[in-house]
Design a protein around this ligand. Structure first.
Ligand code: NAD
Length: 253
């Protein structure tokens, strides 16, 4: 299937590793020029090298989505180098882990900035041009915690649900302008984030046994779903929070 997005400009934040990098690769493979943004200069430089293998124009912007001025700067730089953003993949690291009595108010602030307002500011920065050009795709990366609260990840449960609310509402407001807004809810995916949460390889393997397909997911299995949602082929998919978890959730709908 030709996804119909060759030549589009994609911006992927948190794009130097894990799910973000995988999404950037899937989009580059489909012919998009890609801007990746993240906080760590070395990993970002490595990501650019990996992405250049797809033969498309690649740009990188060092930025922390928690910085209120970052979104506008990243979007403007992408426009200057690659052109207006057609596809936004709003992604970043996860919020601090912990139960209610383990997370302080500073942690709440980090989570709201990184995982809610960071996304909102990016959408603010790309939306007017997408609407005026009559085409756009916004894909947020949140978590399966939108469907089922995860014990010990209070801040994920709280902030990701807020993003899902933004997605559902915004999708109804801008779908008529050709801008589709969707949300991907990864289950356990083998990235630095999951390794850090699980502690060691044995714990990661055991975690995989809890998933009906018998393993945790690979980043590219999220990246390809993101590319589909960002594509011309997904033209009637709008406002969904799509669980990609190997069948782990027992929630029926
Ligand atoms: P990761 O830690 O492997 O990669 C995170 C990426 O985001 C890196 O490029 C990092 O440099 C960048 N980043 C981190 N904080 C940033 C910030 N403040 N500003 C800009 N860039 C920032 O994480 P991942 O596993 O790829 O997860 C991506 C998202 O998906 C996270 O929000 C995570 O919580 C969520 N998620 C992951 C899993 C999983 O199992 N891996 C499951 C559910 C949800």
């Amino acid at each position: 299937m030709d996804l119909g997005i060759s030549g589009k400009v994609a911006l992927v934040t948190g794009g130097s590793a894990g799910i973000g990098l995988a999404a950037a690769k899937s989009l580059a493979r489909e012919g998009c020029d890609v801007c990746v943004s993240a906080r760590d200069p070395e990993r970002l430089a490595d990501a650019v090298v990996e992405l250049q293998e797809f033969g498309k124009v690649v740009h990188a912007v060092l930025a922390d989505v928690e910085d209120p001025s970052a979104a506008r700067r990243v979007v403007e730089e992408t426009r200057d180098v690659l052109g207006p953003v057609d596809i936004l993949v709003a992604n970043a690291g996860g919020p601090p882990a912990g139960r209610f009595d383990q997370v302080g108010l500073d942690d709440w602030d980090v989570a709201v900035q990184r995982n809610l307002l960071g996304t909102v500011r990016l959408i603010h920065a790309v939306l007017p041009e997408m609407r005026s050009r009559g085409w756009g795709r916004i894909v947020t990366i949140t978590s399966r915690s939108v469907r089922e609260a995860i014990d010990g990840l209070l801040l994920s449960n709280a902030t990701r649900s807020a993003v899902a609310g933004v997605v559902r509402t915004l999708a109804r407001e801008v779908g008529g302008d050709g801008v589709l807004v969707n949300n991907v809810l990864p289950g356990p995916i083998e990235t630095d984030r999951l390794r850090q949460l699980m502690g060691d390889e044995e714990a990661l393997r055991r975690r995989g046994e809890e998933v009906p397909v018998g393993r945790v997911g690979r980043p590219e299995e999220i990246g390809d779903v993101v590319a589909f949602l960002a594509s011309e082929r997904a033209s009637f998919v709008n406002g969904v929070s799509l669980l990609v978890d190997g069948g782990e959730s027992r929630v029926i709908a």
